[in-house]
Write a protein that binds this ligand. Structure first.
Ligand code: UDP
Length: 324
């Protein structure tokens, strides 16, 4: 397959690029390096610099690169508290970006579209385990923009005779085993990167946001998936679409939940970490776990890496970055 990876210099996009190349596919990347990194581009990938909200930038890629089978979109803003502060930036980047990309891709005869969505579209599910058939009810602008994209993709793909795969990610962590790519952002916003920064002395003790939830130890439960597993699922998803199969929405997680304290206990297996109990963070559901039956039955996907693999690979990547 020939795949256009939009946002291929970012965390998940770069891992997907690596998995596609490992599986022998041809990769073209479009990125504006707003949060991505030039050094994350694989030697075998062809890079275009540009912004997906600018139609000429996107058209240029399709005009130069004939025969793109699948477009994958990763070029989104993803920080929930930031989305609450500057919602219009999220609508502009996430929704307008996808609109322009769909317009250009469909006009150039692309047949398949793979989209990075999120468990945030489920909002605060009462039962904790999320099925793809649950009615989405996001509780922040980030989740709203992803849901708006999901719906736009459905209508556009139906009108233009394209098929799509929407992946709803749960909590993604870890680094590729090469340690050439990984989680690298100016400000960490997620539990495992923050824990690793505490371990490496790049910040103070980790704060646990809330210890009075209705869970086994009072801290929130999340479903963690290794970024390389998640990236590989995109290869399977693209192959599925390229065979002309019908469009689907699929959760990507592991179907196991870990509390924040359990995550910290895993960190303690490889490093020392200081932490303290803090108050709840606004908008955190107590439990978010993926039902992964569909990923398995449709794509034959099961994750191969453990939570400890995520923590230790991410720690090795960050150590390598710090020592550069
Ligand atoms: N969390 C925490 N301390 C932190 C960051 C996160 O206790 O410094 C908790 C957070 O409240 C949530 C879980 O860890 O229960 C995962 O949060 P994260 O921001 O990584 O992902 P989210 O599930 O919110 O997308």
């Amino acid at each position: 397959m020939k795949v256009l990876v939009v946002g291929g210099a970012g965390y998940i996009g770069s891992h997907t690029q690596y998995e596609l190349i490992k599986a022998g596919h041809s990769v073209v990347i479009l990125d504006n390096f707003s949060t991505g990194h030039k050094e994350f581009i694989h030697d075998k990938a062809k890079l275009y610099y540009g912004d997906i909200r600018v139609k000429d930038d996107v058209d240029r890629v399709f005009e130069n690169e004939s025969g793109i089978d699948v477009v994958m979109h990763f070029a989104a803003k993803i920080v929930v508290p930031e989305s609450v502060k500057v919602p219009l930036e999220y609508y502009h980047n996430n929704v307008e970006g996808v609109r322009v990309l769909l317009e250009s891709a469909s006009a150039h005869g692309v047949k398949s579209f793979v989209f990075s969505s999120t468990a945030a579209v489920y909002g605060e599910p009462s039962k904790g385990v999320c099925e793809e058939t649950d009615i989405p009810a996001p509780i922040n602008p980030y989740g709203e923009t992803k849901l708006a994209c999901e719906r736009m993709i459905k209508w556009v793909c139906e009108a233009k005779n394209m098929n799509y795969m929407i992946f709803r990610y749960f909590n993604v962590a870890g680094s590729d085993e090469s340690l050439k790519i990984g989680y690298k952002r100016d400000i960490a916003t997620h539990l495992i990167p923050l824990a690793i920064e505490s371990v490496l002395g790049l910040r103070g003790p980790l704060s646990i946001f809330g210890s009075d939830y209705d869970t086994k130890d009072g801290t929130c439960v999340r479903d963690y998936i290794h970024v390389s597993d998640l990236a590989y699922a995109h290869v399977l998803g693209a192959l599925y679409l390229s065979k002309g199969n019908k469009s689907e929405i699929v959760n990507l997680g592991s179907s196991s939940g870990y509390t924040v304290l359990e995550v910290i206990n895993e960190v303690k297996k490889v490093a020392e970490i200081k932490y303290n109990l803090d108050c709840r963070r606004e908008g955190d559901p107590a439990i978010l776990i993926a039902s992964t039956k569909k990923a398995k039955s449709l794509l034959g996907f099961t994750p191969k890496y453990s939570l400890l693999d995520m923590i230790s690979s991410e720690l090795s990547f960050r150590k390598k970055q710090v020592n550069k």
